[in-house]
Design a protein around this ligand. Sequence first.
Ligand SMILES: Nc1ncnc2c1ncn2[C@@H]1O[C@H](COP(=O)(O)OP(=O)(O)OP(=O)(O)O)[C@@H](O)[C@H]1O
Ligand SMILES: [Mg+2]
Length: 234
Amino acid sequence: MSLLSITRMQTNIGQYAVLHDVTLEVPEGGVFVLLGRNGAGKTTTLRSIMGMWRPSPGSVILRGQDITALHTADIAQLGIAFVPEDMGIFGSLTVEENLILATKSGQFDQTRLQRIYTLFPAIEKFWTKQAWSLSGGQKQMLSVARAIIEPRDLILIDEPTKGLAPSIVDAMADAFAEIAETTTILLVEQNFQFAKRLGRDMAVIDDGRIVHAGTMADFVADQDLQDRLLSLSA
Ligand SMILES: Nc1ncnc2c1ncn2[C@@H]1O[C@H](COP(=O)(O)OP(=O)(O)OP(=O)(O)O)[C@@H](O)[C@H]1O
Ligand SMILES: [Mg+2]
C-alpha cells in the first residue's frame, strides 16, 4: 500500500480549473520528486493534499484513510507537514521561537532537537537571532526544521532550492537524504540536478495533469524522455 494515494484529483481555484487529472502513488520512504514548469500545478497539488484547496472530484488517501475532505489542521495532526515556497517562518521571532511554535506541546524533544542541530548547524548557531536576519539558505533550513520538529510520516516541500547558492544546495541535498531515511519527502522541484540526486520515484506534471510517472533511475537513463518532458519545464 502506498503512503499517499492521489486519484484523479481535480482542483478549481475560483472559476479556473487548475488541476485536471492528478494521480500519484507516493510509496513510503525516500524522496518522491514532482517536476514541472512554472504554472504547471505543483504548488496547487501540494496545497490540495494539505486541504488548503478542496479537490473535487478526486481523492487523497493517507495510509488508507481518506483525508480529502479534512481541514488542514487535522491533516497536519495525521502526520503531514508542509514547507511552503515562501517558507512560512516568522521573521520577527527568533529561531527558537519559530521552532517552539511548530511543536505540539510547546516543549522540545531533546533528541529531535539534537538531530536538527546536526543536520543544520546554523539552527544552533543562530538560536537566539530573529529569523529575518538569517540568509536565504538558513531560512530554508529553519523552515524544514519546523517540519521535522515533530515526528511526521510525510513532508511536502515546495521548491526549496529556489534562489540558493550551489554550496547551500549541496548541503540541503545531504540533509534531505538523511531526513528521507526516516521520513518520506514529497519534493516539488524545477532544479533537475538537485532532484535527480535525491529522487527514487518521480512524476512530471504539466498543465494540471500528470504526464509521466516512474523511477528516477529510468527517467535519468532515458534522454529522449527527459528532453521531451523537461523541455516542458525549461
Ligand atoms: N490563488 C490563485 N488564483 C488564481 N489562479 C491561481 C492561483 N494559484 C495558482 N493559480 C494558477 O494555477 C496554475 C498553477 O499554479 P501553481 O502555483 O500550482 O503552479 P506551480 O507549478 O507551483 O508553478 P511555479 O513553478 O511557478 O511555482 C497557474 O496557472 C496559476 O496562475
Ligand atoms: Mg509553485
